[in-house]
Unconditional design. Structure first.
Length: 343
């Protein structure tokens, strides 16, 4: 283990004496690497003491006389803060954002939203996905939610924490799939929020995800059903044991076995019991079932159920054209859309 790796390992320790010594030792390391590690602690650590100590050491590094002070701590004029936000040094930008949040300066929200993009520095993205919901609440869910799929795990984890700050139930369908993330911190943040959701609400959301046309949603929903032992949804999982996607099919079969469902009998009877075909239909949204789907009326007295977890984005009487799979099962049927367009 090289010196820098050993320092990082010690920083992760729960012993204050060990991580303090490790953070202090960064003063003797390569300055750029030290600052990068310190910024990671400041933006990602959940331990307030560790964050505070990292800020102190970072401040010591910047006060060594080799760099003019550009900290926005004393910035009070709008044009000065705007200057910091446009700085090429990501650390200056991050400090400016933290200053804005600390002082609840909501007038900067439009500027911060504009800065948040996939090309921004990862530390800037990680800071903004928390700052925007804290300052602007639920109005910024749409701006932050795409970063749940960010390539940087710190950004994904912080996006979950930021969305949680809104207190809006619309975030649950967005965060549930993150339980399937490959990063432990992201996964832990998602599980923490899921545990606060009303059981019936959670089951409703996952049921909608299991019927989604998005394979990513379905895979994530299966992971949640398996991880949380949601046997209440075993009948919904049954419908996936003959899915066209081999990965979904295999996961569904394993879960069915876990819950005592005889997969062999389902498979044997599938040609007569569960039928799937592709159809095209048009009409107006007649009724919206939150986080599940909607009823589409053709205007001739015929109403069709459409599975669509993002149903909250629709309005009554919206005219739609739907192409998708019809799933028929023991006398009832519904459509899982492959394409859905307004007309």
């Amino acid at each position: 283990m090289n010196e820098l790796s050993e320092i990082i390992f010690k920083i992760e320790s729960n012993d204050p004496n060990i991580w303090r010594e490790a953070i202090d030792s960064l003063k003797k390391s390569d300055k750029e690497n030290a600052k990068r590690i310190l910024m990671q602690i400041i933006t990602s650590s959940e331990e307030m003491g560790k964050k505070y100590y990292a800020k102190k050491v970072l401040s010591d590094l910047e006060d060594d006389g080799t760099k003019p002070k550009t900290t926005p701590k004393t910035a009070t004029k709008k044009d000065q803060l705007l200057e910091y936000l446009q700085n090429d040094d990501f650390e200056v930008v991050v400090k400016a954002i933290i200053h804005i949040v600390k002082n609840n300066q909501k007038e900067y929200l439009p500027v911060l939203k504009k800065i948040l993009n996939k090309d921004a520095h990862p530390f800037i993205r990680a800071t903004l996905v928390k700052a925007l919901p804290i300052l602007g609440g639920a109005a910024y869910i749409e701006a932050v939610s795409p970063f749940l799929k960010d390539e940087d795990s710190r950004v994904r984890a912080n996006a979950i924490e930021g969305l949680e700050k809104t207190g809006d139930q619309k975030i649950f369908p967005l965060i549930l799939p993150m339980i399937n993330d490959n990063d432990n911190r992201v996964k832990a943040n998602a599980i923490k929020i899921v545990k606060t959701v009303d059981k019936e609400k959670m089951l409703s959301i996952i049921k909608g995800m299991l019927s989604s046309s998005s394979e990513w949603y379905v895979n994530s929903a299966l992971f949640v059903v398996d991880s949380l032992n949601l046997s209440e949804l075993k009948n919904d999982v049954e419908l996936l044991v003959n899915d066209d996607n081999p990965e979904i099919k295999e996961k569904a079969r394993k879960i069915c076995h876990k819950f005592g469902v005889k997969v062999e009998s389902i498979t044997a009877e599938s040609s007569g019991k569960i039928k799937q075909e592709t159809v095209e239909t048009s009409g107006e949204v007649f009724k919206i079932i939150e986080d599940r789907g909607f009823l589409l009326s053709s205007g001739k007295g015929v109403k069709v159920a459409v599975i669509y977890p993002e149903s909250s984005e629709l309005d009554i009487a919206t005219k739609l054209k739907v192409i998708g799979r019809v799933i028929k099962n023991d006398g009832y049927f519904f459509i899982v859309p492959q394409t859905l367009n307004r007309i």
